[in-house]
Design a protein around this ligand. Structure first.
Ligand SMILES: O=P(O)(O)OC[C@H]1O[C@H](OP(=O)(O)OP(=O)(O)O)[C@H](O)[C@@H]1O
Length: 388
């Protein structure tokens, strides 16, 4: 048995080996015919606006893949919302990037799906702490992508430790049921105290209080057992849940009644935007997993739209190099490049590579800020509420 995991290595991705085989055949056929036309190709999910905003993510890795090839690339900035039209444009000899299409689309499609779900989640509870707990649901090689996309969408933190190493940020979390169970039924205090004594001072003391018995009872016991307890987490199993909002309210009420107003209440387990809107006034924070991590990838495709300066495309696709604009009223407009755009509109495509050289810096914090500001500009939150 091989000791290697079944993971395509980064070098294979960079070399263009992580490709659909038909691109290898295409290269052979083009070489055989002595053809390598200058093309313009665009990455697009929907050609026309659909009324559904998406949040562009994955651009840093996409740029890293395309760097070093004799091509010019323009793209929307990472953290930009878009609704129809291209997010990236590649110009150059087709053979320079033919075999990279598969990995390029993957680098953009999956993070964009995850980041968009994170943004929806963020807007469902704008004033709460929301952490990404979902890396357990996906292949471990995707951990950093999941957590980076979750941050881009506005979540406050994440749980995957190795992703933290990749992103240069520290993972966070509370405690699992396994810790409490290791100390045995009836000995929850021992688990909470061991945690308090063992973890670094800066780690928030948040006790999991749903393992063996009633949440209200365990929350009070945790508050009594751990001096300066920061919070309790309820992850009540679905079959025992009844009304999670009532359970959270009762826990909050009882903690307050016993003088523990400063102990926060965190909730987790199967939560998404709908649940967060229902729970945000009775809890201080949430752990959200599958709703974000299990997002469907957005269906991006790469299409040639010009060959040797002439409009071209397969039928059903719009020919010609395009420009993308944010209009003054927060709308998204797509038009042919070189034509006049709407009055007072901001053109969104920016240079990414020039002759293979990276000409843009990637700053995750700046992208997070852009996503938040653009969501505001396009009315993402109110649109989301209308969709309820
Ligand atoms: O339901 P999701 O939104 O995907 O949330 C991710 C996980 O976080 C919670 O687990 P917890 O940390 O309590 O794990 P444990 O039961 O293994 O201790 C929850 O029960 C989920 O398993």
């Amino acid at each position: 048995m091989s000791e290697e995991f079944d993971v395509v290595p980064p070098e294979a991705i960079r070399e263009g080996r992580a490709t659909d085989a038909y691109f290898d055949r295409t290269m052979e056929a083009l070489d055989h015919a002595g053809k390598n036309p200058d093309v313009v190709a665009e990455v697009t999910a929907n050609q026309f606006a659909t009324g559904t905003w998406k949040l562009l993510a994955g651009l840093k890795d996409a740029a890293g893949l395309l760097a070093g090839r004799a091509i010019d690339v323009d793209a929307l900035p990472e953290g930009q919302l878009f609704d129809g039209g291209p997010v990236m444009r590649i110009e150059g000899p087709y053979q320079e990037f033919c075999r990279l299409e598969t990995a390029l689309l993957g680098f953009l499609s999956h993070p964009t799906g995850v980041a968009t779900r994170a943004l929806e989640t963020r807007h469902a509870a704008p004033d709460s702490t929301v952490l990404s707990f979902g890396s357990r649901h996906v292949h471990p090689s995707l951990g950093a992508m999941i957590e980076r996309s979750a941050l881009l969408g506005g979540l406050d933190g994440f749980s995957n430790v190795a992703a933290g190493d990749v992103l240069g940020r520290e993972a966070g979390g509370t405690m699992p049921h396994a810790l409490v169970i290791c100390f045995g039924r009836g000995h929850q205090e021992a688990a909470w105290r061991a945690f308090d004594e063992a973890v670094p001072e800066e780690t928030p003391r948040i006790a999991l209080t749903d393992t063996y018995s009633d949440e209200v009872d365990e929350a009070l016991r945790a508050a009594a057992a751990v001096e300066d307890l920061d919070g309790v987490r309820l992850d009540t199993t679905g079959s025992r849940r009844g009304d999670f909002r009532y359970i959270a309210r009762e826990v909050r009420w009882t903690l307050d009644a016993h003088g523990h107003e400063d102990v926060d209440v965190f909730l987790s387990g199967g939560l998404g935007p709908e649940q967060l809107r229902n729970l945000r006034d009775v809890a201080d924070g949430f752990g959200v997993g599958s709703y974000v991590s299990n997002a469907d990838p957005l269906d991006f495709s790469l299409d040639i739209v010009e060959v040797d300066d002439e409009p071209a495309a397969k039928r059903g696709k719009l020919t010609g190099k395009k420009s993308v604009y944010r209009t003054a009223d927060g709308g998204h407009h797509v038009g042919l490049a070189g034509r006049e755009g709407p009055a007072d509109a901001e053109s969104l495509m920016e240079p990414l590579l020039r002759d293979g050289e990276l000409v843009r810096e990637f700053d995750l914090d700046a992208a997070i800020e852009r996503a938040a500001a653009d969501a505001e500009a396009v009315g993402f939150a109110s649109e989301n509420r209308e969709a309820e």
